[in-house]
Design a binder for this molecule. Structure first.
Ligand code: HDD
Length: 698
């Protein structure tokens, strides 16, 4: 019926909207839109109304279903590690550990096991940026033939606290402050450092958290660690302690702090995009998988407790054996269905892998299973495709519950039963030989709430870590502490942290005090006096892996009139080393090169700042350069590349821009007119020698 304002302008059953929009229609059952219950839709543009301009009818079940589903699209984000990016891949065992374990995933050399890996930041919400200073989660789900194995680790081998009972306090302290709900994704605030100062056991982890490890360049360039000590169990149930390690084939690389901050604005999805694009382009990230193995006697001989997750086992004491490799080769098809719904559980272990008594791990054994109930809403979350075992069947007598997807047959929902004797389905049974068995560890003693004496030393490992770093990394660490403590408003909070630092290294504490321009407080009382341990060079980043351009990104900034031969020479030189190249131009339509050829651009200057690249080349004409001098994005592009210690290749015509950006000549500033290959070596690393010229470090 037409209403008082006039007749509807279109027929109620038309699939064309009023505004002249074009809509694609379907006529076959396999391509047409339906409701959730299969009713085909004739119109997805208009709700059902009482007349063309009248109110929408409650009768419109199609509208209601669509809106209701939308209203409930979100599920609670993870309480920690909410922001994450993931990929599918394969794990391949290269060396058998059959002497130590009966887990097939670690004994069958050459066996390919499907994996799903989710990387994450810890503190920020699901929509937060990718590059805050934060620990990164590195969680791997191996779909083994004997059930899922979830190695839920981080990119740092130790943890803040020793006992799971402190985890809620730690997380409350680091997350947004309770009354003001800021800062998001940042540890640089009072409540975090208040907790840290009062909990000396956090000191070792704080050294790592303030190191360049927490501002990684790429998820593909991070080491990973299982953190907790686990056990391997062989056929005879003999136990060996094990620590798990991931080593990136691309080596490690970090950003500068100032760079990380600017990336957060330039591309909040920097890491997510980097991982996705690398896999999409066939540059599959790869890691070596390593183990540190030690017997009970070897563990007992160490001067620290391997059940204490705030301690690292230096490689010099127990070498890392490489036993496998992992390649990530497929992006998720759907972020929500896979990355968001993935439930990692430290309790997921195949027979032959077992936990230790690490009190942090013991608490984790409850928490992850439990949290899925509020996140995924049902005890049947293991039936969601990403969480289902893929390498083997899963079957038991657990039944029903919300969102039960399985349709078990027969009457046998209890065990023992004798139904098979009368020809009915009897159901699955336990397997004493092949099934999961716990390490037969003997315990005796009274129930107590205490921290073992062997957990009392909170400083020796922090000291060892600091002394293992290069001078560059030490300066970054000290500067990060200054930055974070400068963001705290309470003087007593800063003082208490500095008192802890005094126990780590007097020079470090003095540098931080100097950076804050505060008097250095005395050392806080230590539960156990710190010991000097031998430095462990593999704990450092700088110089640990060979310099490389593999997997890195290079920007070539071009203008009209640029020399196309130089552009191509730079491009082929860096691509030959495994880097990708993006052409950046003042306008996204590209430039006209000297000689008249058009060069399309991958991005416009303002949207592709140099912080998004590992090295930059400025291939500009004299006129083009003159125009860039009036564009602050161009000056920032060059100045940032310089202060972020990146190689800058340039044509001589770029000199005025280099001057305006205050670029001083050094080994990383390369004239490209000779051999463009001379750009490769400086582009494969950061120019650490330049740093004192561009920033005051603590
Ligand atoms: Fe945890 C998530 C790593 C201690 C409780 N944790 C979570 C994730 C990673 C870690 C990588 C994200 C997994 C994913 O991508 O979905 N957590 C660690 C490491 C720890 C650690 C390396 C120290 C060795 N965690 C820890 C403790 C507790 C938790 C002590 C609680 C007692 N962690 C959780 C959680 C989360 C979680 C609340 C949030 C979402 C989830 O589990 O599934 O249960």
């Amino acid at each position: 019926m037409p209403n008082s304002k006039g007749a509807p302008t279109r027929a109620a059953n038309s699939t064309v909207g009023n505004g002249g929009e074009t809509h694609q229609t379907a006529s076959t059952p396999d391509t047409r839109l339906t409701t959730n219950h299969g009713t085909p839709l004739s119109d997805n543009q208009n709700s059902l109304k009482a007349g063309g301009r009248g109110p929408t009818l409650l009768e419109d079940f199609i509208l209601r279903e669509k809106i209701q589903h939308f209203d409930h699209e979100r599920i609670p984000e993870r309480i920690v590690h909410a922001r994450g990016s993931a990929a599918h891949g394969v794990f391949e065992l290269t060396k058998s550990l059959s002497k130590y374990t009966r887990a097939k995933v670690l004994t069958e050399v050459g066996e390919q096991t499907e994996v799903f890996v989710r990387f994450s930041t810890v503190a920020g919400g699901a929509g937060s940026v990718d590059t805050p200073r934060d620990v990164r989660g590195f969680a791997t789900k191996f779909y083994t033939k004997e059930g899922n194995w979830d190695l839920v680790g981080n990119n740092i081998p130790v943890f803040f606290i020793q006992d799971a009972i402190k985890f809620p306090d730690l997380v409350h302290a680091v997350k947004m402050e309770a009354d003001r709900a800021y800062p998001q994704a940042a540890s640089a605030h009072d409540t975090f450092w208040d907790f840290v100062g009062l909990m000396p056991e956090t000191t070792h982890m704080i050294m790592w958290a303030m190191s360049d490890r927490t501002i990684p360049r790429s998820l593909r360039m991070m080491e990973g660690f299982g953190v907790n000590t686990f056990r391997l169990l062989n056929d005879k149930d003999e136990a060996t302690f094990v620590k798990f390690h991931w080593r990136p084939k691309l080596g490690t690389q970090s950003t500068c702090w100032d760079e990380a901050v600017k990336i957060a604005g330039a591309d909040p999805d920097y890491h997510r995009r980097d991982l996705f694009e690398a896999i999409e382009s066939g540059n599959f990230p790869e890691w070596e998988f390593g183990v540190q193995l030690l017997s009970q006697a070897e563990a007992d001989a160490l001067p620290f407790d391997i059940l204490d997750a705030t301690k690292v086992i230096p490689e010099e004491l127990v070498p890392i054996q490489i036993v496998g490799r992992m390649v990530l080769n497929r992006n998720p098809d759907n972020f929500f269905a896979e990355t968001e719904q993935a439930a990692f559980l430290p309790t997921n272990m195949p027979p032959g892998i077992d936990v230790s008594e690490d009190p942090l791990l013991q608490g984790r054994l409850f928490s992850y299973q439990d949290t899925q109930l509020s996140r995924l809403g049902t005890v049947n979350f293991h039936q969601i495709p990403i969480n289902q075992p893929k390498g083997c069947p899963f079957q038991n007598l657990q039944r029903d519950g919300h969102m039960q997807m399985l349709v078990p047959k027969g009457r046998a929902n209890y065990e023992p039963n004798s139904l098979a004797e009368v020809g009915e389905v009897g159901g699955p049974r336990e397997d004493p030989k092949g099934g999961f068995r716990s390490a037969p560890v003997a315990f005796d003693g009274p129930k107590v709430r205490l921290r073992a004496e062997t957990f009392a030393d909170h400083y020796s490992h922090a000291r060892m870590f600091f002394h293992s770093l290069t001078a560059v990394e030490q300066a970054h660490l000290a500067s990060a502490l200054v930055f974070e403590l400068s963001k705290c408003s309470f003087e007593h909070v800063r003082n208490r942290v500095m008192g802890n630092l005094q126990n780590v290294d007097a020079d470090l504490a003095a540098r931080v005090a100097n950076g804050l321009n505060m008097p250095l407080p005395p050392a806080n009382p230590a539960a156990a006096p710190p010991q000097d341990m031998a430095p462990s060079p593999p704990l450092r980043l700088v110089g640990k892996y060979p310099d490389t351009l593999m997997g890195r990104a290079v920007a070539i900034l071009v203008t009209d009139g640029a020399d196309g031969a130089i552009v191509e020479a730079v491009r082929s030189a860096v691509v030959a080393e495994g880097a990708s190249v993006k052409i950046v131009a003042p306008k996204v339509g590209g430039v006209t090169l000297k000689g008249g050829k058009a060069l399309p651009a991958d991005g416009q200057l303002a949207g592709m700042p140099s912080v998004l690249f590992d090295a930059v080349a400025l291939v500009v004409s004299a006129e083009g350069c003159a125009q860039l001098l009036g564009e602050s994005a161009a000056t920032d592009f060059v100045a940032d590349a310089f202060v972020h210690l990146k190689a800058i290749g340039h044509t001589p015509e770029a000199q005025p821009l280099l001057d305006k950006a205050a670029v001083q000549p050094d080994a990383g500033v390369v004239d490209l007119t000779g051999d463009a290959k001379s750009f490769v070596a400086p582009a494969s690393t950061r120019q650490w020698d330049r740093e004192p010229k561009v920033r005051m470090l603590a």
